[in-house]
Write a new protein. Structure first.
Length: 93
């Protein structure tokens, strides 16, 4: 996340208005809700976990036991059961 100087980034009128509330402090300004990315979307973590979960579902469909899948993925049997109970994600466009 870049650090931006208010006097170089904001219109003077807006900067003066913000100074009525905050002076000399760092302020985080979040993205607009429509522009926010979901957890793990920016760095690919979400897609990697979705692929792992799909591979787990496929292994179970092939008849591999929950205990064996848990060992293969270094997860607990309970974690595997939770993954198996969740629906596969709908691809985003």
């Amino acid at each position: 996340m870049p650090y931006l100087k208010g006097e170089e980034t904001l219109p003077a009128e807006l900067l003066r208005e913000i100074q009525n509330y905050i002076q000399g402090a760092l302020v985080y300004i979040p993205r607009r809700p429509r522009e926010r990315l979901g957890w793990g979307r920016r760095n690919g973590t979400r897609e990697a976990l979705d692929r792992r979960d799909e591979a787990i579902r496929e292994a179970r469909d092939r008849g591999v036991s929950v205990a064996e899948i848990a060992g293969d993925y270094s997860l607990s049997p309970d974690a595997i059961r939770k993954i198996l109970c969740r629906r596969a994600p709908v691809p985003r466009r």
